[in-house]
Ligand binder design. Sequence first.
Ligand code: HEM
Length: 469
Amino acid sequence: MSAHPTVQEFTPPTVARRQDGGGLFAAYAATLKNPIEMWSEYFFHNRTFTMKAGKRTFMQVMDPVYAKQILLTDADCFKKSYIQDRLLKPAVGEGLLTTEGAVWRRQRRAAAPAFRHEALTGMVPVMETSARETAERINQAVRDTNQTCRIDIHEEMIKATYDIIEATLLSGDSRDQAYSQTQLADDITRYLQTVGKFNLLDLLDAPDWVPRILANPGINEGKKAIARIRAFAAEQIKNRQQQDHPGDDLLGMMISATDPETGDSLTDQQLLDNLITFIAAGHETTAVALSWTISILSQMPELQSRLAEEVRSIAGHEPINAEHLPALDLHEQVIMEAMRLYPPVCIIPRSVIAPVTIAGNQLEPGDHVAIAVYPMQRHAFLWDRPNTFDPDRFTEDKIKARDRFVYLPFGAGPRICIGLKFAMMEAVTILATLTRQFRFERDESHEIVPQMNVTLRPKGGMPVFVSQR
Ligand code: HEM
């Protein structure tokens, strides 16, 4: 990656920070409204936050040294958090994202071949098709409204990334079905805003029978949404199993995968849970990364022009292909910097399963730790001008000079995101296709608010004005 002179100084909007030291009541009120607001000013100037509730210690770390300890060096002392289990398992069950030990390892091995470099390179044409279809839809809207039109770019990004995951996972099998893509997207949103919504009762591990309904209205609707998503996924697997050949897409690979040690295949239940895991983990995250990127760009016209120049100099007017991607440096840097300021996954939580000491705190099984990615990536002592958008932070030299664990949008260690490269390839392909053709401008009447519901979504969507470049 090469250095590009900084275009202009810009601090993108985000939520105001509470000034208190993190009192429990204030934190509870904040998490009900928007969990990202639990992080008061304290978290952006300190390395750890520790709190006791009953016998249990809750710790958050905003420091790369402790992040490395949790994710890598002492990873065996932790498992995925019970809070995450409560939010995610109702939807994704016992798949790759949520299991541990041998069960996890087997599923990771089964999915790994689909995420190797050669397999990913083969997926770029699918990514490009979806990017081009998105550009065509936007183009049509621009033409219909005579030059400049207002579109919800978040909706477009959800559609684009869903089309890609659908094509790579299911080879398009589920297109044209009664349960439409829009219904699925709505159901995923409904689930994230209800059953998947973080709640302090979950952090304090209140038992399931303590009703969340007050803090979390709509939870029954959320459960119905999950039932529809799971029924849809079960139908996809049944259809595939009735075919002569399982296919060579991700679902086909998982159906055919056998464990090198035992020779066992994944069970039907594991196939179902992983199909939902990949649908859920594999498109919304990339969509929000792109929505935040475009939101920032819509406020930085000069940077947009540089991106357009970059894509034209690398690809001319050709469709983006796998050879172009490594040369689209500035595009990659812009996406990475957007994910620093607005990480799609803001927090990486773990439950302690073996005694371990972090920053002098002795933790015991049952205690809870979390890497507070959002405050760490905007931390006053770890970043120069922490809230300023500056893609030059992601030149190759600067990345090498930095602690690897200070920037964790994809996690790290054995549980690092399996879709990291997939996500970056699709994000660059989509962004380059759009920056070459369009200008984006902020809609000042819309207040930009990051809302944390499992992922960091733009509240009320992300309307922007678009015109042809
Ligand atoms: C910008 C996009 C993405 C972001 C920010 C992201 C973020 C993350 C993070 C932070 C984790 C680790 C969670 C932890 O350690 O507790 C993770 C895991 C995972 N991600 Fe992603 N992800 C993205 C895209 C994708 C895509 C495209 C796929 C699939 C096609 C995917 C599938 C998964 C799976 C299956 C896991 C669990 C891996 C394991 O535990 O072995 N993600 N992701």
